[in-house]
Design a protein around this ligand. Structure first.
Ligand code: RIB
Length: 301
């Protein structure tokens, strides 16, 4: 089972030709309300890929909370371990421009519930997990605790260090794969080129995959910087592409693909998702990814 622990948000998404300047009002071209949140998005992506997924998260006792639970149920995510807590659900106000790039303000709301104390009492949910997916929209002490428990259960841990935050060593040393984008990598290690940053992070334990969006991904092998090209697509909304990558990468690994093929599979899934609007709602099925890779002349999964 792939266990996802993390945030679940309502995404209030405005599409516009460009971002407004300070103090400026511009006209949008579209508006939608989607289920989002890095944790929930990863759970949806695993489910779409046909993976056996568990999800642990929290929503508020509000209309958004009901909406989120229903959306996740519709996406075939098991909602048994979604806790409803007093107060509002997490809300992300998102702007998307005509290049598909976004800017996000996150109000964490109920996601603040996932503390170390709560995780400590939730050992049971880890017992069948072979992989645990984590991100950083919930309290850091809870993320640290989740990684420690996962390791004790012998699960592999995949961390998306997003949104960018400095990580305590006690977290990094319990991570198997870490997937920063450029900004996140700079937050983690300020000095040096990409290879030296990767090597410094890897000296603490995890394998590093740098997600460079339309450029593809970078990783290190035998002291060399390796690069895999992204698939070229017209992006309409990049929201959730990183979540889609981490989930698809993990599904591919758990299906027995090697590291490079798992990265390629994940890049294909993300490429499909950025060509559609929304986060969770834009994620492809495994069949769609397989067809995409076949059309692009790459391998079969
Ligand atoms: O990674 C994308 C997610 O980040 C969005 O769904 C939004 O909820 C923000 O938290």
């Amino acid at each position: 089972m792939i266990l996802v622990i993390g945030s679940v948000n309502v995404d209030l998404v405005s599409f516009a030709p460009r971002f407004p300047e300070f103090g400026e009002t511009i006209s949008g071209t579209d508006f939608s309300i989607y289920q989002g949140g890095k944790g929930a998005n990863q759970a949806v992506a695993v489910a779409r890929m046909g993976g056996n997924v568990g999800f642990f998260g929290a929503v508020g006792k509000d209309a958004f909370g009901d909406f989120l639970v229903k959306s996740l149920q519709n996406s075939r995510v098991d909602v048994m371990n979604i806790v409803k807590v007093k107060g509002g659900s997490g809300v992300a106000s998102i702007w998307v421009d005509s290049n598909g790039e976004n800017a996000i303000i996150l109000n964490v709301g109920a996601n603040a519930y996932l503390t170390a104390e709560v995780l400590e009492k939730s050992h049971d949910i880890f017992k069948d997990a072979s992989y645990v997916l984590l991100q950083l929209e919930t309290p850091m002490n809870g993320v640290v605790k989740a990684a420690q428990i996962a390791k004790n259960f012998g699960a592999k841990v995949v961390l998306d260090p997003a949104p960018a935050r400095v990580l305590p060593n006690e977290l990094i040393e319990n991570i198997d794969y870490i997937t920063p984008n450029g900004t996140e990598l700079l937050t983690l290690i300020e000095e040096g080129d990409t290879l030296s940053k990767i090597k410094r992070l890897e000296s603490h334990g995890p394998k590093v995959i740098v997600k460079a969006g339309a450029e593809g991904v970078y990783y290190a092998e035998n002291d060399e910087l390796k690069h895999l090209n992204a698939f070229k697509v017209k992006a309409v909304d990049t929201t959730g592409a990183g979540d889609c990558f981490n989930a698809s990468f993990t599904v591919a690994l758990s299906n027995g693909l090697n590291f490079v093929k798992s990265c390629e599979f994940a890049m294909a899934a993300s490429a499909i998702s950025v060509a559609r609007k929304g986060a969770g709602s834009s994620f492809p099925t495994k069949k769609e990814v397989d067809n995409f890779l076949r059309r692009r002349g790459t391998f079969e999964t």
